[in-house]
Design a protein around this ligand. Structure first.
Ligand code: NAD
Ligand code: DAU
Length: 352
């Protein structure tokens, strides 16, 4: 099995590649532009293996993508490359439109040309997995869950750009008959997570005795999934998902942001004596513009049709994650030098 993964130097893409190479024994080509969020050190465990290759390519570069496909001849494409941070999209939406929409369009068009020329047997086996987010569904109130039938209602430039790319992917299935499958997942956490997102930022700021910024009143809810559970789900959806269908992915682990931050503080109080109680570092700051109140995924389709189950609860996963950051300063220290955790995405300078 040959799998072309885009965005493989990112948080989820690197977990997918580690899973495919080390657990499944697949051949993988990692195509990544290496933006600020792309870190090849996340792939140390597969580096040098003959079944793993890397090409530094922008997914908007059609000629380079077409050439990578014709040389590598993938059985599957797993498309994860994206600009992924909501806060960055608020003040810099252009890059999100370019990579997430035009880049996905380029991937779909190159894959279509490649797929159309395959011999019939390979043509029917080929799959294009478009990896997306639950944020396309917008914000939930206190009750209810996102299902695959929930109407799209994105709030941020990031989620709007992902919604656009989902529509393109589904249109390529309907119009051209391309074997596309789409997945929409909730918030991931775990090792190798770039320290701009809530969980890694909280862990590293707490370790360094810096303020822990909680947006608004901290009551917003996210549905957390350990990244390795997501990687297994993506492999399964690419392998057995029905063409043209969407699969929601989530671990049934809803937590308010303030509960997440307090849990991390408690774990650090046990594992890292300096600076405790770490909760004293919590600071409520100005809210994110357009902040979605609650996300929660109904993963019944993935669970019943494909037999997937999340293996980590939030309790087990978050403890593993905090321990991982304590043990792997070699990975995050260089990233903290490039981005020190300062607030991103505020419309008024100085607020928060
Ligand atoms: P990430 O920001 O950690 O990694 C993105 C990767 O894409 C990086 O390696 C980056 O270098 C690469 N990339 C960016 N622009 C590129 C371009 N133009 N060409 C080639 N490579 C490019 O993101 P992530 O959190 O790993 O998310 C991966 C995918 O999963 C995204 O599509 C995201 O929308 C989706 N997703 C993320 C989450 C989450 O909680 N992180 C949840 C659901 C879905
Ligand atoms: O739901 C899936 C999405 O989850 C993915 O599609 C995105 O790529 C991924 O970044 C993530 O988006 P969020 O915006 O939910 O993640 P983030 O870690 O930025 O924020 C999580 C919550 O914590 C959110 O309610 C905002 C809040 N927050 C975030 C930061 C960075 C804070 O309170 N303080 C912070 O410093």
């Amino acid at each position: 099995m040959r799998v072309l993964v885009t965005g493989g130097a990112g948080f989820i893409g690197s977990a997918v590649i580690r899973h495919l190479v080390l657990e499944k024994g697949y051949e993988v080509l990692n195509v990544d532009k290496l933006t600020y969020a792309g870190t090849l050190s996340s792939l140390k465990s597969v580096e040098g293996k003959p079944s793993y290759r890397f090409l530094k390519i922008d997914i908007c570069d059609a000629a380079a993508i077409a050439s990578a496909m014709s040389i590598f001849r993938p059985d599957r494409v797993m498309h994860l490359a994206a600009e992924s941070h909501v806060d960055r999209s608020i003040l810099g939406a252009r890059q999100f439109v370019e990579t997430n929409i035009l880049g996905s369009f380029t991937m779909l068009e190159c894959a279509r040309a490649y797929w159309q020329d395959l011999p019939p047997r390979d043509r029917s086996r080929f799959r294009f997995l478009h990896v997306s987010t639950d944020e396309v569904y917008g914000s939930l109130g206190a009750k209810g869950l996102f299902t695959e039938a929930t109407p799209y209602d994105p709030s941020s430039p990031y989620s709007a750009s992902k919604a656009a790319s989902d529509h393109l992917a589904k249109a390529w299935a309907r119009t051209y008959g391309m074997p596309v499958v789409v997945s929409n997942c909730s918030n991931n956490y775990g090792p190798y997570h770039f320290p701009e997102k809530l969980i890694p930022l909280t862990i590293l700021n707490a370790l360094e005795g810096k303020p822990l910024p909680v947006y608004g009143n901290g009551a917003n809810i996210r549905d957390w999934l350990y990244v390795e559970d997501h990687a297994r789900a993506l492999d399964l959806v690419a392998e057995r998902g029905r063409v043209g269908e969407t699969y929601n992915v989530g671990g049934r682990n809803e937590r308010s942001n303030i509960d997440v931050v307090k849990r991390i503080c408690k774990i650090l109080d046990d594992l890292h004596a300096i600076g405790r109680p770490h909760e004293n570092l919590i600071q409520f700051v100005a809210d994110r513009p357009g902040h979605d109140v609650r996300y929660a995924i109904d993963a019944t389709k993935l669970e019943t049709e494909l037999g997937w189950r999340a293996e980590e609860s939030f309790e087990t996963g978050i403890e593993k994650t905090v321990r991982w950051y304590l043990d792997n300063e070699w990975w995050w220290a260089p990233l903290r030098q490039g981005y020190d955790g300062r607030r991103l995405g505020l419309l008024k300078a100085g607020a928060g």
